[in-house]
Design a protein around this ligand. Structure first.
Ligand code: NAD
Ligand code: ZN
Length: 343
């Protein structure tokens, strides 16, 4: 079959012919229809320090996808040939304490699809049936193909009560922009998002942000006070940039008792002013992946109750045009980029 792989240990991704994977007794064989490009795939493309330490040579990359079940392992219950599915990209061990308690997102032994095991930039993907999620008929392929990053947004945004709260989101990448839609849908009052990239701030406005602030030229707190009438600070903070500057700005802008969820992955050595945390009594929660599988049910319900993800999908390419897809994603002038295997 055809797949996009990390054929060589340098910048780039290559289209290769690789053996079609064979499902085990507990697996599904999924024929991939669409797969979108994640920031992680860009790290792998760029071959940064993390990627060169983590990705084995020849790895089939990609983990955001929608496809159709083509084969069902002999021990699998609950899935049939023809089911339209996406899937949880974190493969958990099932035997650590958290897994046994049902807290699979906290597994100590997580393996990543398209990172540690073959991924979804391929005609076929083998996935443990446990990790598959059937897509309701009313949800289109494009939207299902971005459920993985949407799940990061949902998991982070719904970590804390949002109704009537003033929410600050730092980082208007695809996940931050989707978090705007979740926060608005869930009943937040002001949803303010920051970035230093105007293209992305515009996208966040299309996704429902009440105010987008370019912190390279505007002062966040002046905007919050003078335009939004805020006097005390933000109630909920969602850090989605990985920037240390953004994290510190967020901690300063939080009200006393504020709650902060951290999704963005900072570089080593980022420091914060602990006085903001201690004297304001902030609650800080780290977020990894999606809750299995509560986040997935919530995603489906949010879309089915009217949350519109389509503005965040800015580019479509046939799989053979994958290079253009990666170029768009690496330019910073894109939302989600979807590669279509059937085009
Ligand atoms: P992205 O890189 O596309 O978006 C990050 C955005 O932050 C960019 O638009 C960038 O311009 C902006 N930014 C940079 N400096 C800023 C500043 N000072 N203030 C405000 N914004 C600033 O990333 P994404 O795909 O949307 O993912 C968001 C973050 O979440 C990334 O750090 C990613 O690595 C991380 N992530 C974490 C998990 C997890 O499980 N914890 C999963 C997926 C992604
Ligand atoms: Zn485990």
């Amino acid at each position: 079959m055809t797949a996009l792989t990390k054929q060589f240990p340098r910048e780039g991704i290559w289209m290769q012919t690789v053996p079609r994977p064979t499902p085990g007794p507990n697996d599904l064989l999924i024929r991939v229809r669409k797969s979108s490009i994640c920031g992680t795939d860009v790290h792998i493309y760029n071959w940064d320090d993390w990627a060169s330490r983590t990705i084995p040579e020849g790895m089939v990359v990609g983990h955001e996808y929608v496809g159709v079940v083509e084969e069902v392992g002999s021990e699998v219950r609950g899935f049939s040939v023809g089911d339209r599915v996406s899937g949880e990209g974190h493969i958990t061990c099932g035997h650590c304490r958290n897994c046994r308690a049902g807290r699979r997102h906290l597994c100590r032994n997580t393996q990543g699809v398209g990172v540690n095991r073959p991924g979804s930039f391929a005609e076929y993907l083998v996935l443990p049936a446990f990790n598959a999620f059937r897509i309701p008929d009313s949800i289109p392929d494009d939207v299902a193909a971005i459920f993985d990053p949407f799940g990061n947004a949902v998991h982070t945004a719904l970590s804390f009560e949002l109704v009537a709260e003033d929410v600050l989101i730092t980082g208007a990448g695809p996940i931050g922009a989707m978090a705007c839609a979740v926060a608005r849908h869930a009943g937040a009052r002001n949803v303010v998002i920051t970035d230093i990239n105007d293209y992305r701030l515009d996208l966040a406005l299309k996704m429902g942000a009440t105010r987008a602030v370019n912190v390279a030229r505007e002062d966040l707190w002046s905007v919050a006070q003078s335009e939004l009438g805020m006097t005390e600070g933000f109630d909920v903070g969602l850090e989605m940039s990985g920037s240390g500057a953004a994290l510190n700005q967020m901690l300063r802008a939080m009200n006393h008792g504020g709650k902060v969820a951290l999704l963005g992955i900072p570089a080593a050595g980022v420091t914060i002013d602990w006085n903001d945390v201690i004297f304001k009594g902030l609650v800080i929660k780290g977020i990894y992946g999606r809750e299995m599988f509560e986040t997935w049910y919530k995603m489906a319900a949010l879309v089915q109750s009217g949350l519109d993800l389509t503005p965040i999908i800015t580019h479509h390419y046939g799989i053979r045009e994958y290079q253009q897809g990666f170029d768009a994603m690496r330019s910073g002038q894109s939302g989600k980029v979807i590669l279509d295997w059937e085009a």
